[in-house]
Design a protein around this ligand. Sequence first.
Ligand SMILES: Cc1ncc(COP(=O)(O)O)c(C=O)c1O
Length: 328
Amino acid sequence: MPYSIDDLKDRLARFSRLDLADLPTPLDTCPRLTEALGGPRIYVKREDQTGLAFGGNKVREFEYSVAPAVDEDYDTLLHGAASQSNQSRLTAAVAAKLGKRCVMLGRRDDHADPVQGNLLLTHLFGADVRLIDSPVEKERIVESLTSEGRKVYNTSFDGYYLRSVSYVDGFIELYQQLQERQIEPDAIYVCSGVHTHVGLVVGAKALGVDVRILGVSPSPRDNAEKNAELADVANEVCRMMELDLAFTSDDIETYGEYAGGGYGITTDAGLEAVQLCARSEGLLLDPVYSGKAFSGLVDHIGKGMWKEGDSVVFVHTGGTPALFAYSQ
Ligand SMILES: Cc1ncc(COP(=O)(O)O)c(C=O)c1O
């Protein structure tokens, strides 16, 4: 028996939650994009419009995953990833909003110079930005912060599963919008890191909604391995929410084949998708995540997976500030 929306909301209410995002995010109809693709009706769930600091999926995720840092009086939020990390930008913005310090340990990669896009914004939010060349250097900095007596909350690892919990809530929000507008989607596409995808899949199964959820990876991955990894995360989310559901890799559908040469390396199809959305709807995607994800959808439509009369929702997870660092 599926769970009701009210029951799921009660379970979500047991978690501590910050108020960071402008919710609900819009669900846009995209007639010109639909026409340009010559196939299914396309709707875009605007998670890029979560409000804070140019938005994105991390704002919704951090409502749950950063709440323990407030409850347990951490003084510093830390994040380390690519120089154009959206998560670093939003870690810095949330730290500013919460009155906490922020340290960003960014990689000194090809998009760190000139200081643009997400990196520029991370500086602007007052983060202590340190660009580093090796994981050893990262460990050393974290150790020295702790030995100075700082209580450091790493937004990559701390509250990890809570990030997926947040997208169970995201699924409920989307489902209610679809119901109000009497839209029955045949498929939901999302850029699949881990959490947005897992949260949507758990939300759909918990509510008994029969829809394919297809996740397109931003970096090349073995799909079977990734499906198994995400199923494990989904099972942990069920444990935390006390949901009597079990996931196997058969419940997860990911596509690593649209990621091209690697994380952060653009693909021609991804850039074409960015241009297509910009020129048909004035809709901004990004070159690292949502552009690649949308290129997967375009390819699937080209292969006849979705046709006229079908409805497809694309969950836009954000990332648009990276556009400025990829001007070349
Ligand atoms: C724009 C964008 N989309 C998708 C993702 C994947 O995120 P998650 O694993 O939290 O769903 C990220 C992660 O950094 C991102 O910045």
